[in-house]
Structures are given as structure tokens and as C-alpha cells.
Design a protein around this ligand. Sequence first.
Ligand code: KG4
Ligand code: ZN
Length: 345
Amino acid sequence: ARRKLVLAIESSCDETAAAIIDSEGALLANQVSTQIDFHARFGGVVPEIASRKHVEAIVGVIDAALEEAAAALGLTGGALEPRELAAVGVTQGPGLVGALVVGVAFAKGLAYAADVPLIAVNHLEGHLFANLLAEPTLKPPFIFTLVSGGHTMLVHVRDWGDYRVLGETLDDAVGEAFDKVAKALGLGYPGGPIISRLAETGNPKAIDFPRALNRKGDYRFSLSGLKTAVVNYIEQETEAGRTIHLPDLAASFEAAVFDVQYKKAWGALRETGAREYCIGGGVAANPHLREMMVKKLGRQGVRVTLPPRNACTDNAAMIAEVARRKLERGEFAPLDIDAEPNMTL
Ligand code: KG4
Ligand code: ZN
């Protein structure tokens, strides 16, 4: 039988993305159009700009995905037609409401016109399923850390769809902390890639930044105290007329964030008896975090799975992976669904 094709759309924040996956999990198209340049000068994502840029970009992104998939399948007659799809998946939430509605409304229109079922996807589950793009054999139970611009949580995945959130951030998300520190240093947006590049040549022990809620059995996170400590350090050094060694600052900040991530992940693995670990969200693209988890958890006998680096930051391939499995189970959404900006795992 011919493989079924699922097209998925992602528009929860500042990337307009579309991907096409087949029923066996082969990724045939993966298009991402980023709006970063339009938000960078404001030092963060401006919701109204995000919505409008999605409106402008979405048709081009979907056309490009339909063409890319046709080429991947070796079809000569041009782009795939929407009616050749088995379903249309879309991120329903969480995210910016005005950004989400663009993808949701477009997906509904496409499903309606092509007369194919609609599949609603939770963006956070997408970040989890990005691991399956690297390791299709990954199976629960395992511990999962989600570290993105909007979320920071440690999750015991007991089964697919059975998520016990062990702890979340009480204030800023990890990615948000990277962005705020970069902003305080006048380095630009988004901060994650900038800080991680700087950290490459820095000494992680140069500055002793605080590790919050660093107690056994406590899986909650807090990043705002660390951010304040970094801001205070910058002020103190500037007032004293000393130049700040950016690589040392970046490496020490990363060390404070990632130490806590490792300790809590290992604590959760021990407490639950899970022997597998995976990670997701934009911060999971960070090479130091990836290397640390592989090395330190590996030493404890834990099998570590990492998503492909380009599947950590927002993309539609991870949404397509969730949608493909929902298609298998016939989990469709009615055509009157709305965006759910506060959806949880
Ligand atoms: O998952 P994502 O693309 O969007 C959300 O769902 O929030 O995550 C974006 C976040 C931003 O805060 C960005 O600074 C951070 O991920 N990020 C990184 C790196 N690349 C992106 N943080 C640390 N190191 C990186 N290499
Ligand atoms: Zn995300």
C-alpha cells in the first residue's frame, strides 16, 4: 500500500513551519521560515508582528513543503496536491494566541478544502517527539527535560500520553534566562546561540553564580535569581571600571543553569527507576548541555537520546511526528477547534 502522508503546520511563536512525513516516519519535507530578524531589534518576540508575519509567510512555506515532498518522492508532475495528503496536523497550543490562530485557521481551511481529517497537536508533546526523529525506538518509561523559551519542566513519561510533570519553573524559563542575560549584555536576540558560542572559550568556574532550589527531591526550577545575579555582576564590574570577560561570564552562567538541570534530571531518574533520558526545546540545541547530559548520565548507566539539533528549536517536523501517530490511532480533531494558548502537557 502507498504510504500515507501527513502535512503539519507550526506557528506558535516566531517560526512559520511546515513538514511532511509519511506513515513510516520518513521525513519528506521540513520547511522553517524564521521571523527572528523582525523581532531582534525589539529584544524579543513582539506578538502582533509574529501574527502578521505568519499570515504573510504561511502560503509560501506550505507550497515549499509540498514541492520538497514531491521531489523527495521522485514525482515529476510538480508539487504534491493537498488532496493527496492523508491528514493535516497543526499546533493547537501552547503559544502566542495570535500566532497560533494563523496556523490553526489555515490548517482547518486546508483540511476542509482537501476533504482530509484535521489533527491537533500539543507543541510541548512536539518537543518531546523530536527525540523520535533521532531515535525511533525510544520507548517509555523515561525522564524528559523540556527547556525552551517558554517552558522549563522535568517530566516522568510513564507511557506515550501519560505524562507526570515532576516540576516546572517558578519564574523564568531557561531559554528566557539566556535571552535576558544576552539582552543585559547588549548582545542581541535570541540569546541562547550567542551565549553558547561565547561560552566555548570561557572558564565555567570563573564566576560562582547561584544554583537555585538545589535540593534533593525538589524538581522545581527558578531562574530569576540567577538572572539578577548576572545583572548585578555586570553592574558591579562596570562600576569598578573592570572589563567583563564575556566568555567567562557566559560559561559560568551556563554552568549554573546546566548543573541544576543535570542534578534534577539524575535525581528524577534515581527516584523513578527510569533508565532512559531525553531532552527537548530550543535550549536542547546547546552543545554544552547535550555533551554534559550524555557524559554524566551515561556514566550513571542511563541511555540518553537527543533530538537532532535543528529539531530542538521550533519546527514542524516534530509536530508531524506527533500527528503521524495520531493518524495511526484515528485521533482527529473537529473543524471547530480553537487555538489553546495555555495548553499543558
Ligand atoms: O523551543 P523554542 O524554539 O521556542 C519555544 O517553544 O519557546 O526555544 C527558543 C529558546 C530561546 O530562548 C533561545 O534563546 C533558546 O531556545 N536557544 C538556546 C540555544 N538555541 C536556542 N539556548 C541555549 N543554547 C542554545 N544553543
Ligand atoms: Zn517550542
